[in-house]
Design a protein around this ligand. Structure first.
Ligand SMILES: [Zn+2]
Length: 143
């Protein structure tokens, strides 16, 4: 667990430290690596859980304590994965669909998954002025 916590904390501090600098050069690769690590750790835990399940069914041994530990760490890892995905999405300026939770391109007007209309709030780096202007126009249209 401690390794994963390190990864997670590193990812988090990477985002917050870089995020302060105008929220521009966020180290996405670090976040992606963190997500990959967490996923691989998750699949290890799931595999182990399945193995314990099998052994217990096969040999009638009781692995409840080990399995409970696994449940906990799987939940923990899923929470971390969600958080990393969230950070990654905001680093990539993606917007999460309020309906289905799928991440869409920041300039998407509708969710690619379910078609829900998307609105984006946070906006203020210079490189995005064009998009901003565009969005303002769109907002005017809507009003
Ligand atoms: Zn959606």
């Amino acid at each position: 667990m401690s390794v994963m916590e390190d990864v997670f904390l590193n990812a988090k501090s990477a985002v917050s430290s870089v995020g302060k600098k105008a929220g521009r050069v966020i180290d996405r690769s670090k976040l992606r690596l963190a997500a990959i690590d967490i996923r691989s750790e998750l699949s290890k835990k799931y595999r182990l859980l399945g193995k314990l399940c099998y052994e217990s069914a096969r040999n009638g041994k009781n692995y409840d304590r080990d399995m409970n530990k696994l449940y906990d760490s799987i939940s923990e890892l899923n929470t971390q994965l969600d958080a990393v995905n969230e950070m990654l999405a905001s680093a990539e300026k993606k917007i999460k669909c309020p309906e289905c939770g799928v991440y869409n391109r920041r300039d998407a007007l509708f969710c690619s998954q379910c078609g829900t209309k998307l609105s984006s709030e946070d906006t203020d780096s210079e490189e995005e002025e064009e998009i901003l202007d565009f969005e303002e126009e769109m907002a005017d249209d809507d009003a």
